[in-house]
Design a protein around this ligand. Structure first.
Ligand SMILES: C[S@@+](CC[C@H](N)C(=O)[O-])C[C@H]1O[C@@H](n2cnc3c(N)ncnc32)[C@H](O)[C@@H]1O
Ligand code: SF4
Length: 458
């Protein structure tokens, strides 16, 4: 696959990432009472399963590229009060939940969950196991930084029942890591992966990478991908570096170090894409690569892939997401609610017995319909009006009235080979999957008024 400069320039415009619909920048003031209503209503919604997200904001050192909600751990004095607040928040939320529903997934993100002593993570998991019932074989996942992990810590996480580890490698080139202020892995990544998998056939390890950082070239990124393939992770993620210096000021430092152009970035991605495909990894969604046997790949074959803020999910692990911790976003079928972002302010509010929710939105019936279309296109790379209309119990014309597809843009996508039309809608081509955010934006009636608030699509 080759992408012309003309195509790249045409479509490399700011568009939402669509990790949620409506995107998080649509969130408005959302009161604690709104959150309680959202929790109570969610008990009746489908899917019935529960997903839990735990946010650990602390990091030992701040990477200049970071787009996450993270803070420096300092002398660590906030860690214990934070864990106590998490437990209290879990108890406050669960008081409103129907606990006959089972938990299918726990995901720890950050920040760096492994920046804090493992006994705290153990304590939270034990509390969750006490509070909720679980499906058989729930997914219990944690994001980890290989610069701060050791044998004992991995053992502790396994004892705490984690069965999926994602490890942020970003790049194997230490010069790139140094420029972005990031600690390299503390021991060989193979050793870390072996320890994670040791004696546990059901443990999966994902590796995360970023392309588009200073000093990266196609050649150097391919070397990194080569090392990644040697390690044979269960999943591999190549994030496109999202440059949003108007929100994340530290990213300005990278402009001085010299960021690769959009063309160079696209070259890196395409080279990695072909290389990983030859190595037996299938692309999923925007940026994930998995093997044929992976449940995400099987879900794509059945057109049943879903996603939430934590990433891609199958029907087995998709539930109403209840999120805990500073900046965490709960995501139910009919709403989004985000907690206070500042770690100390979050702790203070929860300690005083109040929810810390301050942003969010109720998702309207109209938006639910658009979300169904956008999520389906983003995950399954096709649009079948008939299937989606049936699912929503609507006529196709009614569905289109809600979505207001931008027909002119869709015609352009077809002419440019991004989609191939059929009598049910369209299929996204391999070229089109590189610009899938642009395609989704043409099906988003609220996009045009918000266009300048996003990172570029490449
Ligand atoms: C919370 S971090 C993972 C855990 C740990 N803090 C670490 O850095 O390894 C989640 C992932 O988001 C990705 N990420 C962070 N900032 C990004 C940005 N500006 N653009 C694209 N990906 C980014 C990184 O690949 C990172 O591994
Ligand atoms: S990328 Fe990870 S380690 Fe680096 S600052 Fe962000 S959350 Fe922390």
């Amino acid at each position: 696959m080759q992408i012309s400069n003309e195509l790249l320039n045409k479509y490399n415009v700011p568009v939402p990432r669509y990790t949620s619909y409506p995107p998080a920048n649509h969130f408005e003031d959302f009161s604690k009472a709104d959150y309680i209503d959202m929790l109570i209503e969610s008990n009746k919604l489908s899917p019935e399963l529960i997903s839990i997200y735990i946010h650990i904001p602390f990091c030992n050192k701040m990477c200049f590229y970071c787009g996450c909600n993270a803070c420096h751990i300092g002398d660590g004095h906030l860690v214990k009060p934070y864990i106590d607040a998490l437990k209290k928040e879990i108890s406050m939320v669960s008081a409103h939940l129907d606990k006959n529903r089972k938990v299918a997934q726990i995901h720890y993100g950050g920040g760096t969950p492994n920046a804090i002593p493992s006994e705290f993570i153990h304590e939270i998991n034990a509390y969750l196991f006490e509070t909720f019932d679980f499906i058989e074989k729930p997914e219990i996942a944690i994001e980890t930084h290989p610069g701060y992990i050791n044998e004992q810590y991995i053992e502790d996480l396994k004892n705490a029942k984690f069965n999926r580890f994602s490890m942020g490698i970003q790049d194997f080139d230490n010069n790139v890591l140094k420029t972005v202020n990031r600690e390299p892995a503390r021991m060989p990544v193979k050793e870390i992966m072996d320890l994670m998998k040791h004696n546990s056939s059901e443990v999966a390890v994902n590796l995360d990478f970023i392309y588009g950082l200073p000093h990266q070239t196609t050649e150097s990124f391919l070397e990194t991908m080569d090392k990644a393939l040697e390690l044979q992770p269960d999943r591999l993620v190549t994030f496109s570096y999202a440059h949003v210096p108007w929100i994340k000021k530290a990213q300005k430092i990278l402009e001085k170090a010299g960021l690769p152009s959009a063309n160079a970035k696209m070259d890196m991605f395409l080279a990695a894409y072909h290389f990983l495909a030859q190595g037996g990894y299938n692309p999923i969604g925007l940026d994930h690569f998995v093997r044929d046997t992976d449940e995400l790949y099987i879900a794509v074959q059945n057109k049943q892939l879903h996603r939430n803020f934590q990433g891609y999910a199958t029907r087995r692990t998709t539930g109403q997401v209840y999120a805990f911790g500073a900046s965490a976003i709960s995501q139910t079928e009919n709403g989004y609610a985000q907690n206070e972002k500042d770690t100390k302010a979050y702790i203070d509010l929860i300690e005083s017995g109040e929810f810390s929710t301050n942003k969010g939105m109720a998702v309207s019936q109209d938006q639910i319909k658009v979300r169904e279309v956008i999520t389906h296109v983003m995950c399954n790379k096709e649009l079948n009006w008939n299937t989606i209309a049936q699912k929503l119990d609507l006529q196709i014309d009614e569905l289109k009235q809600h979505v207001i597809p931008d027909e002119q843009a869709i015609k352009l996508f077809e002419n440019d080979g991004l989609i191939s039309m059929d009598h049910n809608g369209f299929k996204v081509t391999d070229t089109g999957s590189l610009f899938i955010r642009n395609i989704a934006a043409a099906l988003d009636p609220e996009f045009k008024s918000q266009q300048n608030k996003y990172s570029k699509s490449v």
